[in-house]
Design a protein around this ligand. Structure first.
Ligand code: ADP
Length: 394
C-alpha cells in the first residue's frame, strides 16, 4: 500500500513543505513548495515532481495574522489540491533544537512539545515556528502522527570535549553545551557519500554546509565528532546575517559601553551581522560575488578565511583527512568560494581540479589528490521524510 506524509521545514522567513510517498522501501517526493516573505511581500508556490506549477499565490502583510500563520494555513489547504483523496499518515517537522534529550527523531506525544518549548531561548529564530508548525499540522490532520526531526540529534554523541564550554560545571549540567546544527543535512550527506564512495564515507570527512546558515562538521565513519556551531546557531562560520565565532568580550562591550539590551544584541548578532553586516550590501553570496564594492570582497574574504581555519582545525581533530564535501546553496553553486577555500591546501592533501570545480562536478579534486573533494547537493526534506516514514508512516 502507498503511504503519504508531509514534511514541514519552517525557518525565520520561509517555510518549505513537501509531499512524499513510500512504495515498498522507496521514498519519493511527489510535490514540494516554498512560502516566503521578502519585505512586505508574501509568496507561496508549489510544484509537482516534474516541476509543473501546482499553486502560485501572493499576498501582503495585512491584518493581525503573522506570515507563519497565514503561510501554514495556505500550505495545509494546498495538500488537497496536490493529491486529492490521499491519506496523510504523518507529518515530519524539522525542529532546530532537541536539547540534551533527543539524539534521534521522536513522535510528538506526551511531554515532547513542552520540552521543545523550553528550548525556545536557545533557538529564538526557528524553534517557535517549528512548534507552531506542529500545532497547526495537528489541528489540520488530527489523525496524522507528528514526528520531530532535530538538527542537533546527529551531533548528540560527539565527544565531551566538543560538547562542553569551559564554564563552571553547573552550566553544563543545566544544558549549556555545544549542540551543533544542520544535523539533518549532515546525516543526509553521510548516507549519500556512503552510496557514492563507501571507502571515503568510512573514513575522516569534513563537510561544509554553506547556505544562509553555515557550519562545518567533522565525521568519522559517518558519525559527527566535532562541529563549528555551539549552544545556538550563532557560532562558527559567519553566515548570511549571523556573526559566527565571536569573542564573548564583544557582547560585554555591547552591554557595558553601548548600553544595548538583550533584545538589541540578539537582533544585532542574528540579523545584522555576518555577510550582510560586513559588506553593508547583502546577505546573499550571489550579490556579493557580483559586486565591485571593496566591502563585498572583504565579506567574502572573511567567509573564506573562517572556512579554511575550520577545515584545518577539524582535520586536526580527525588526525588527518580523507574527504571534503561541500553542500548548501553556496557550497553547491559557488565555484569561487570552493576554489578559494581549497586554494593552497596541497599540504593537507587536497588538490583542486579547476575544470571540474568550474563545472560543478560531483568530484572536484584532481586524480592525484590524496584527499577527495566532493560537491553533493544536500536534501534535508528527504531525511525528514525517511525518519517520518520509519517512525510513523503507514
Ligand atoms: P538556506 O540556509 O536558507 O537553506 P541556501 O542553502 O538556499 O540557504 O543558500 C543560500 C545561499 O546560497 C545564498 O547566499 C545564495 O546567494 C547562495 N547561492 C545560491 N546560488 C549561488 C550561486 N550560483 N553562486 C553563489 N552563491 C549562490
Amino acid at each position: 500500500m502507498n503511504s503519504h506524509i508531509v514534511t514541514l521545514n519552517a525557518g525565520s522567513s520561509s517555510i518549505k513543505f513537501a509531499l512524499f510517498q513510500r512504495k515498498e522501501n522507496e521514498v519519493s517526493m511527489l510535490a514540494s513548495g516554498l512560502a516566503e516573505m521578502t519585505g512586505r511581500d508574501r509568496h507561496i508556490e508549489a510544484h509537482d515532481a516534474a516541476g509543473a506549477t501546482l499553486q502560485e499565490d501572493r499576498w501582503s502583510q495585512s491584518d493581525g495574522s503573522s506570515f507563519h500563520d497565514e503561510a501554514l494555513r495556505r500550505i495545509l489547504s494546498w495538500r488537497g489540491r496536490a493529491l486529492p483523496g490521499a491519506e496523510i499518515s504523518a507529518v515530519g517537522h524539522r525542529v532546530v533544537h532537541g536539547g540534551v534529550h533527543y539524539d534521534a527523531p521522536v513522535l510528538v506525544a506526551g511531554e515532547v512539545l513542552d520540552r521543545l518549548r523550553a528550548l525556545v531561548p536557545l533557538a529564538p529564530l526557528h524553534q517557535p515556528h517549528n512548534i507552531d508548525g506542529i500545532v497547526a499540522a495537528r489541528n489540520a490532520w488530527p489523525q496524522a502522527r507528528q514526528v520531530a526531526c532535530f538538527d542537533t540529534a546527529f551531533h548528540r554523541n560527539h565527544p565531551f570535549v566538543n560538547d562542553v564550554f569551559a564554564l563552571p560545571r553547573r552550566f553544563y549540567a543545566e544544558g549549556v553545551r555545544r549542540y551543533g546544527f544542520h544535523g539533518l543535512s549532515y546525516e543526509y550527506i553521510a548516507r549519500r557519500l556512503a552510496q557514492i564512495s563507501p571507502a571515503h564515507a568510512a573514513g575522516r570527512v569534513v563537510v561544509a554546509h554553506l547556505g544562509n546558515g553555515a557550519s562545518m562538521c567533522a565525521m568519522k565513519n559517518g558519525r559527527s565528532v566535532a562541529s563549528s556551531m555551539g549552544l545556538t546557531a550563532l557560532d562558527g562560520l559567519p553566515m548570511g546575517t549571523r556573526c559566527g565565532q565571536l569573542d564573548p568580550g564583544v557582547v560585554l562591550y555591547l552591554m557595558q559601553e553601548k548600553k544595548l539590551g538583550a533584545g538589541e544584541i540578539s537582533d544585532l548578532l542574528y540579523k545584522e551581522s555576518g555577510l550582510k553586516g560586513l559588506s553593508g550590501l547583502s546577505h546573499d553570496m550571489r550579490e556579493l560575488e557580483a559586486s565591485d564594492l571593496p566591502e563585498a570582497a572583504q565579506a567574502i574574504d572573511y567567509f573564506i578565511f573562517r572556512i579554511r581555519r575550520e577545515l584545518g582545525g577539524l582535520a586536526a581533530v580527525l588526525q588527518g583527512l580523507d574527504a571534503v564535501v561541500f553542500c548548501g546553496g553556496i557550497g553547491e553553486n559557488s565555484r569561487l568560494v570552493r576554489e578559494r577555500a581549497l586554494e593552497g591546501m596541497e599540504w593537507l592533501g587536497v588538490e583542486l581540479d579547476h575544470d571540474a570545480n568550474r563545472a560543478n562536478a560531483e568530484i572536484i579534486s584532481s586524480a592525484n589528490s590524496r584527499v577527495r573533494a566532493f560537491v553533493i547537493p544536500t536534501d534535508e526534506e528527504q531525511m525528514i521524510a525517511r525518519h517520518t516514514f520509519d517512525l510513523a508512516g503507514g
